[in-house]
Design a binder for this molecule. Structure first.
Ligand code: SAH
Ligand code: SF4
Ligand code: F3S
Length: 424
């Protein structure tokens, strides 16, 4: 049987896309290979969000292309956001790439794969069990693309216009996964909370999905503050199946920078929103994306970002130094912040957030949590990994556990970003 190896960079949408392609290939007889050596097909799924992400992907692709020279017959596919952004130019840069599949082609990926490997060529019956993963959590993309055009961001260019998946397609995917043993589903979208298909909005989608029997937990990411409505917060507050976790990127604390970024909210609006979520969903984990060193950001404006972080107290955050992306509005702005200054700001922000994360984890010690067991810890017997209803990782020592089980634990200790807990 032919074999395929996946190397996936970027966000959870890319992970979901790689899974989709994997599934289509397994229907054509492909088995998954643990390394590029020895596989017939290597698929590299790429990200363009920052220059460093592209550099990492390029280095890996070059490595695979080099390997391929001595292994005739092996194929190399480059897919995803960088494949979309650079297209065939990538093939010129790195000879050895056989096929480029840009992110926008995910909308019609069945046809794309069919054109590469027609289904009738292989024996379907052999492939049926290959894709069986014993997973507890999984992703379901519900909307793709982005219409927001934040000034720094390449995503709208590489992922295209916003497009919501029809409700019945989502329902079918969710029920299929639940039947296969999945307990927790994360709904994905670049702006998941602007989901709208034929008038059915995101809060309505969530409350319908919360009624699916056997589905124990629902997560979603990423939400845009401008579309974070009272209705969404109400659904989070009223459904025990929806995780107490909201990932709500704020990017910057200064209103002037937010406006230059084209984010369409102010810092005080964001703070009010965070307050409301905390009041309505007690114990909620708020997390965020934060960008420092946007062109023209002054030291004082950066302090406003630190103030917001201190005020809101996120459980964790993804923090980035601004990286200019060709073709975006910000790439044309002057007064770029010097790299060393950007990195100094980033280090200060990370130090602050790390301390807040540590304090929040410490404060959780002693409380009772509901944990979904996701996997066994590799190194120790009877040690299980799981996640609470928010976004905290929990390690539990106990017998008779298995992935997919949900039980009550008490946090007894915190070690950085993991809670050590005992079964209640
Ligand atoms: N759709 C999501 C985020 C997608 S990109 C949202 O709107 O929040 C993930 C994160 O990468 C962004 O939130 C931003 O913080 C960061 N990012 C995007 N473009 C960037 C750039 N040019 N340089 C550095 N970080 C960037
Ligand atoms: Fe990028 Fe902004 Fe769209 Fe998020 S909302 S994907 S940051 S353009
Ligand atoms: Fe990267 Fe594309 Fe996701 S640019 S962050 S992989 S949508």
């Amino acid at each position: 049987m032919p074999s395929v190896y996946f190397q996936t960079f970027g966000c959870q949408m890319n992970t979901a896309d790689s899974d989709t392609i994997h599934q289509l290939l397994s229907q054509r007889g492909f088995v998954l290979c643990g390394s590029h050596a020895g596989s017939d097909l290597v698929v590299v799924n790429t990200c363009s969000v920052r220059e460093a992400a592209e550099k990492r992907a390029r280095a890996r692709i070059a490595e695979f292309a080099n390997w391929k020279k001595h292994h005739p017959g092996q194929k190399l596919w480059v897919i995803g956001c960088m494949a979309e952004r650079l297209g065939d130019a990538l093939k010129k840069d790195i000879p050895g790439i056989d096929t480029i599949i840009g992110a926008k082609q995910m909308e019609r990926i069945d046809d794309v794969i069919e054109a590469q490997f027609p289904k009738c060529q292989c024996d379907d019956s052999a492939s049926a069990d290959i894709f069986q993963k014993t997973l507890v959590t999984d992703f379901v993309p519900v909307m793709r693309g982005c219409d927001n055009y934040c000034a720094y961001c390449v995503v709208p260019y590489v992922r295209g216009r916003e497009m919501s998946v029809p409700y019945d397609v989502i329902e079918y995917a969710v029920k299929q996964k639940v039947d296969a043993g999945i307990k927790e589903i994360t709904f994905l979208g670049q702006n998941v909370n602007s989901y709208n298909h034929g008038g059915l909005d995101f809060p309505e989608l969530l409350s319908r999905m919360a009624a699916v029997e056997g589905l124990e937990r629902i997560r979603f990411t990423t939400s845009h503050p401008k579309d974070c409505t009272g209705k969404l917060i109400d659904v989070m507050a009223s459904s025990p199946k929806i995780a107490s976790h909201l990932h709500l990127p704020f990017q910057a604390g200064s209103d002037r920078i937010l406006s230059l970024m084209n984010r369409r909210y102010t810092s005080s609006h964001y703070r009010r929103l965070a307050d409301t979520v905390k009041k309505r969903v007690p114990g909620v984990d708020l997390t965020s994306d934060i960008l420092v060193g946007f062109p023209t950001e002054t030291g004082a404006e950066f302090r406003e970002t630190l103030d917001l972080v201190r005020g809101v107290r996120f459980t964790t955050a993804f923090m980035f130094a601004y990286s200019p992306r060709e073709g975006t509005a910000a790439a044309g702005m002057r007064e770029e912040i010097h790299r060393s200054e950007k990195l100094a700001r980033l280090a200060e922000l990370i130090a602050l957030q790390t301390e807040i994360t540590r304090e929040i984890y410490e404060k959780t010690v002693g409380s009772e949590l509901e944990v979904l067991i996701t996997d066994r810890q590799q190194k120790r017997d009877m040690a299980w990994m799981g996640q609470d209803r928010g976004c905290k990782r929990v390690l539990i020592s106990c017998e008779n556990a298995a992935p997919g089980m949900i039980f009550k634990v008490r946090a007894v200790r915190s070690s950085g970003m993991t809670l050590i807990a005992e079964r209640v």
